[in-house]
Design a binder for this molecule. Sequence first.
Ligand code: ATP
Length: 517
Amino acid sequence: NEKKLQDLTALCKNRGFIFPSSEIYGGLRSAYDYGPLGVELKRNIMNEWWNEMVYMREDVVGLDASIIMHPQVWKSSGHLAGFSDPLVDCKICKERFRADKAPTAEEGEDIVISFPDKGKAKAALEYIKNTFDIELERKGKSLHGAKADHRGYKCPCCGASGQFLSEERQFNLMFRSFLGPVDPMEEIAQKIEQGKLQDLSGRELREEIQKSVDPSTVYLRPETAQAMFVQFQNIQRTMSMKVPFGIAQIGKSFRNEITTRYFIFRSCEFEQMEMEFFCKPDTAKEWLDYWKDKRLGWWQKYANTPENFKLRQHEESELAHYADNCYDIEYNFPWGWDELEGVASRTDYDLKKHESGSGKKLQYRDPETNEAYHPYVIEPAAGATRGVLAFLNDALCVDEIPDSKGVPQKRTVLRLHPRLAPYKVAILPLLRKEGMPEKAREVAKMFFESGINARYDEVNAIGKRYRRHDEIGTPYCLTIDGETLENNTVTIRDRDTTKQERISIEEAVQIVRDKLK
Ligand code: ATP
């Protein structure tokens, strides 16, 4: 399964889906660029979401809000105080990891500390002896002989636990920046130079620094949701929305994640597809049921293996402070089941918080009863970039197809749903002569003008081109051959069955369009 993720990462890079960011400079931890095919796949996923969540409904409207919002938003929402992960440092291998995602060790448990090579193990043996006054035994690349002196976490990197780990502390995940032509760091530096901060106690110094930093501090949004609450009144009024109604948004969010792993699964910059659905308080339970099923169905609709998507209800102890119920939609990733989307019942927590933070009423007045109240909110919040990974994993497979002599040959094929596939159709002249490229370009132009994303491709022998398009998930290949020039027909090849049919050029665009419905 580790191998599947490696194969997927390699295919993404080699075929133009996803590249490591700033690769020529050595890349940046867990930042990725979506290449020519990746950008299409990601947009197709987002468009399908927008279609179902906005265009196909009369009760949901869209929003595209600013990434940098008023800092008070994050105070009111609770993110400034509480949007943090518990962090632990390993004193042995220096790994910094998220405690809530780490394995645990019992008090008295045998500790086995492992390293990638013997040299590192030897150095650690010395370090432990000098620092902790504990003599361990080395067996090859691992150290034995210590027991955990208290129950706690286990370093996911080397396996150390107990006395070898730091205390747990909270780390806020929001990226901070400064708005306007001010540099608070420079101000502090000047004060130090002028000797103004010399005789302050630790606490006074901290307050002084805070005073310089706070006025211009802004945050990159860690979720798109808050803008929907903050713009609730504007949208409800301008669009005359009646409860129940929803506000949908797709956009970038940023979290200074401690542990970034598994390719694009958890990155510091990612994209979300979120909708806040405002309803009467006594209908929240029904709407949660409705949205959790609707959202699971959406993911499954595009999947080859729908059983790999499932709902998981949160335990009471897992619920975020603002939620009274929550379901995760999980996907069976190569490393196991993990979250793709959360469908949370957020009560009236957010509207009330922003009401008291801003002093502006965020209520809805029922036009029939004239009663004013704070609607409850159901929030389906999905990761678009995680969706890319899930759908790629769902689509990637190796099967066998017969070659021209009927001998079975292995091929890699990306069985992406045609609506998600980057190119819907490849236009291939069989030979690079006898007028075939010219005719193929005419056919390609018909597709370009029809809004169906098509790729003209004349490089390599036809068999190789079919293989290449199988590997990038192109569902249909149109081949222009000798017969085309005689009777204006082309063959259309299906990626999954590899069957070919002859169709007239005139009907080609309509035939592909029908297949994409
Ligand atoms: P996790 O527990 O995996 O960190 P979360 O519960 O904090 O996720 P939410 O705040 O509910 O996530 O965000 C909604 C969705 O946004 C998630 O289901 C996920 O698909 C996506 N998402 C959240 N954080 C990241 C990230 N760092 N990278 C990519 N996608 C993310």
